[in-house]
Design a protein around this ligand. Sequence first.
Ligand code: PLP
Length: 421
Amino acid sequence: MKPVAQISKYLRESKHSETLLVNQLSLNRADNNQQVFKFGFGQSPFPVPVEISQALAESAYRKEYMSVQGHPPLREAIADFHKIQEGKDWHSDNIIIGAGSKILLFCVMAAFEKAEIVVPAPSWVSYEPQAKLAGHKVSWLETTFSDKWKISAEQLDSFCTQRETPEIPLLLILNYPSNPTGQTYDSQQLAELAEVMRKHNVIVIADEIYSLLSYGSSGEKQSSVADYYPEGCIVSSGLSKWCGAGGWRLGFMYIPQALTGLLNTVIGVASETYSCAPSPIQIAATKAYQEIELADNFLIKQIKLLDEISQYCADELTKVGIKVHCAQGGFYLFPDFSNYTEKLAKQNITTSEQLTSALMNDVGVALLPGSAFGMNESSLTTRLAFVDFDGNQVNNNQVTHAQFGQVKSGIEQLCMWLSKL
Ligand code: PLP
């Protein structure tokens, strides 16, 4: 028997997720009683509010399958919540609930027979594999440190004009605030991009999973591509980040009416794959989205702490010559070590993977290499998740360095390692 021959070539050749690999290296070090600073894996450090956990406990008896599209009261609560929080004008009939927004991203891709998926480099690790699993072509739009790792309207326009396959639909995935860069787009940038999208009939998936955790210095709420291009903009989000409930697996997607037939097809893909999001989770999520005041209080606390920790990290890294932009939301910074190119080369470190391996082996600092996010192998970029602290200590009034936990010591170790090069 030769089963390997029948296994998808792409899956056979795909590397293990580098996110999980770093996690494994961290565990190996921990097993040997060596210290590890876990900047690799970026899940929310904050506990789900007790009222919401309580709602989940009370709904454990809900064993029935729910509708594939999702529990109607939950879809209504999501529409109302995002109207109040972000001014979104959504009808609940255009919302689909999934077991996390990740599977919904895949369902949308699977709904197309052939499509070209375009993503900025760097972008979140799963877009490219999902697109390939769905049999699509993937294109990257390169960005730079001085662009704050963002694409411009001119760049998108020129890409669309010169496409090699204009006959197949183009789906752009735009994630803001971004994993891995922590950067976001302001209203003017989104409006300019929207104009180009409309001109070239681009379908955009706005991955707004971190939008409620925005803490840009302007203090403005995060705007959306959907504000400027409602007819072509799908929005995805969920409970994982703002509600600290990644493992609950509850996400949603808003698919506009104008993308005729798409919502029904996505519901079809959902019905042939996951059937429905878990029923008890949908009930608890309904409460999470209905309790606006509870959410607001929780968000204020998280944002304050995340903002201060990310600023602390960015300041300390900048002091030692690492190029890094302050985060504007979410859990990540994207430090660029290019000022150390020569010193690192003397240690035989010329790729981001070699850099992250050396940092892990020498001082137990776990970062992810920029290459995992679509950056060129030789770009000395990394992703730093600054959430290795105890989110139970979140406090409304005061943020102290004591709350930064392992993050502070990890940054110190990283800077010390650089100083010894
Ligand atoms: N999009 C981005 C950018 C993410 O970072 C994540 C989670 O890590 C997701 C989507 C998926 O989130 P979930 O499936 O938990 O809703």
